[in-house]
Write a protein that binds this ligand. Sequence first.
Ligand code: FMN
Length: 330
Amino acid sequence: MKDLSTEYLGLKLKNPVLAASSGLTGNLDGIKTLEKGGVAAVVLKSIFEEEILLETSRHLSEAEKDPMIYSSLSETLDYIDRHIREDNLGKYLELISEAKKSVQIPIIGSINCVSNEDWMHFAKKMEDAGADALELNLFLHPADFQNKDFEKAYFRIIEKVLEKVSIPVAIKISKYFTRLGLTVKALSESGVSGMVLFNRFFTPDIDIEEITLTGGNILSTPQEQSETLRWIAIMSNKVSCDLAASTGIHTGKDVIKMLLAGATVTQVASTLYKNGPDQVKRILTKMERWMTEKGFDSVSQFRGLVSNSYEGNPATFDRMQFMKQFSEIG
Ligand SMILES: Cc1cc2nc3c(=O)[nH]c(=O)nc-3n(C[C@H](O)[C@H](O)[C@H](O)COP(=O)(O)O)c2cc1C
């Protein structure tokens, strides 16, 4: 029996595979099924900041005072108003407390946020409902031409949330920063306990028959994991918090690679949709077999073993690899 246990955000986990935030983690039955499948913790489906702001007219009128924030949020507020059922917030808190009563694994609440408007009180309510930790999906989009303070906004949001809650907070970010390495390092020193690299934006496609923009694949493919792998390997020795690897992780082999790169844990969503919750059992079986073959007894014995190539200045190492690879092709 191999020791797959690990610690993430100060939580003791039985293995390093978490259910990422998705439709599968938005209801009690789904959470119970995922626990049976073997996941070590669940990140609940996100509640949107706009839903919290809509909760009371007080918050909405505060948003209205700031024309810039209100104008950028107003379309989403309208959308939420039309499409999202009443009392989503109450149901969300109920889901947290019911899940805490029904399953043994940690429950991580999730808020998808874009501004430092006054929605942080809800983070505190999630803590009071029993959430073991909180994940903020910081959904600031690099194509936002109005937001000139893109990076500063991250730090302001984190500061305000950390003032409100005492449970550990993780942030889920995209890879779209001017200087990703330096920014990830600075964010890891902001007081958060963990970072999820990376979230996955809407993937656009174009229908050439209809000549319209359409949605691409909702589910990821394993080919999408390489950017996550690269940045986990680059950053794992340089950050001051835990790292969760996310996007394109589908199999046991993928999980092992992320751990070798230095990830504290992995988060999976698409593979659960494609292969069902029992995919986690298959992932864990593969891990145990591989550990036996390689002579490892615990995850801590091999975590980060391959990240040392990126010690020093990772740019130099990547450039050398690039030169080597391309000089070999005639
Ligand atoms: C149907 C679906 C719903 C999702 N909903 C959320 C969400 O509410 N909040 C969030 O942070 N991420 C959400 N995600 C993104 C996943 O948490 C994850 O970051 C992304 O799918 C990449 O991981 P994967 O390659 O394992 O799918 C969702 C993904 C899917 C497929």
